[in-house]
Write a protein that binds this ligand. Structure first.
Ligand SMILES: Nc1ncnc2c1ncn2[C@@H]1O[C@H](COP(=O)(O)OP(=O)(O)OP(=O)(O)O)[C@@H](O)[C@H]1O
Ligand SMILES: [Mg+2]
Length: 333
């Protein structure tokens, strides 16, 4: 029996010829606020569904709070709370009724339910709304109620699948505060999935970046960023040929830990970016190249994703005008 909150060994989910989750090995320690960060379709929800015993793995094994997900699913379910990606609240019931129903499903008696409902509603600041039907709630209020519901049966571990998808920045901040409070003060181990880099960066102690069902890299946000070996300098040149020329000239410099091309853009990773820039500008001038833009920044998780996968996490995200897939479904509500 593993002492970790979650331990998986080569857990895999196959749908015909698509491997949605591909031999994933992760260990989440008790007390962690762990993030699964990845673009649409990466396999995040599928992994959570298997760990929360809603979906059977094709192969591999996992323990959750020490219990085997295949052999002891009931024990697993008693240890965890789940906030699903898509809302599962009953719109026609009040907030209180939704919570009460959940408490009953978990076998809490009337007294336990009424105490716990009071407690969780206070936590997410919805006490005043307890007798309103959920249909009247805003998106952020529904999300808060779902978090409250996930906590009704005193879980040790809470799974949050895209906790702030489709919410405005202010509501998102608000929900981040609850998540932190639950983790730090109530000592609840948290596993959240997100495709928002900022969310993973700001909230999580440790992150696994996942793409096409596989873990690309794992670590604390600062470990992941410093693994790139320096600051990111992006130069826009007049043409692809010019960019190629610059790449050739700089590719072998010792201070450059990585250099790549995307059209007429050159991305350079260099220790002490601010010191490298004057040298780069001198060189481009000597070569007679025109620089159209220069940007220098400390690495972000997007740079980490780009570095390991060759594409930006945003490439697969919906743009505001044209959100994709599930994001679109969430926004329609
Ligand atoms: N029941 C299913 N049958 C077939 N394919 C599925 C099924 N459920 C998920 N998939 C596919 O598995 C892959 C992983 O999906 P999953 O929902 O786990 O991704 P995700 O990382 O949660 O994405 P999102 O950010 O959109 O929520 C996707 O390609 C998806 O289309
Ligand atoms: Mg998902």
């Amino acid at each position: 029996m593993s002492d970790a909150a979650i331990h998986t060994e080569k857990i895999t989910k196959q749908y015909d010829d698509l491997t949605a989750v591909d031999n994933i090995d992760i260990t989440v320690e008790k007390g962690e606020l762990f993030g699964l960060l990845g673009p649409n379709g990466a396999g995040k929800s599928t992994l959570i569904s298997m760990l929360s015993t809603m979906l059977k793995p094709t192969s591999g094994r996992a323990t959750v709070w020490g219990y085997d997900i295949r052999a002891e699913p009931t024990k697993v379910r008693q240890s965890i709370g789940v906030v699903f990606q898509e809302t599962t609240l009953d719109q026609k019931l009040t907030g209180r009724e939704n919570l009460d129903l959940h408490g009953r499903l978990y076998g809490l008696n009337r007294k336990q339910r009424s105490e716990r409902i009071k407690e969780v509603l206070e936590l997410v600041e919805l006490s005043k709304w307890e007798n309103e039907i959920v249909q009247k709630y805003s998106g952020g209020m529904m999300r808060r109620l779902e978090i409250a519901r996930g906590l009704m049966h005193y879980p040790d571990l809470l799974f949050l699948d895209e906790p702030t998808i489709g919410l405005d920045p202010q509501t998102r901040n608000h929900i981040w505060d609850y998540i932190r409070e639950l983790n730090v003060e109530k000592k609840i181990t948290m596993v959240l999935t997100t495709h928002y880099m900022e969310e993973a960066d700001r909230l999580c102690n440790r992150i696994a970046i996942i793409d096409h069902g596989r873990i690309i890299t794992m670590g604390t946000p600062s470990e992941l960023k410093s693994s790139l070996g320096g600051d990111i300098i992006t130069l826009g040149l007049g043409s692809e040929a010019d960019a190629g020329m610059l790449l050739e000239r700089f590719g072998t410099r010792p201070e450059v830990s990585n250099i790549s091309l995307a059209g007429s853009l050159v991305r350079i990773t260099a220790a002490h970016g601010e010191r490298a820039i004057p040298d780069i500008l001198r060189t481009t001038e000597q070569l007679g190249l025109t620089i159209e833009s220069v940007n220098l920044h400390k690495p972000t998780l997007d740079d980490v994703f780009l570095h390991y996968t060759g594409k930006g996490i945003r490439d697969e995200e919906g743009t505001p005008g044209k959100p994709k897939g599930r994001v679109r479904r969430m926004l329609r509500r």
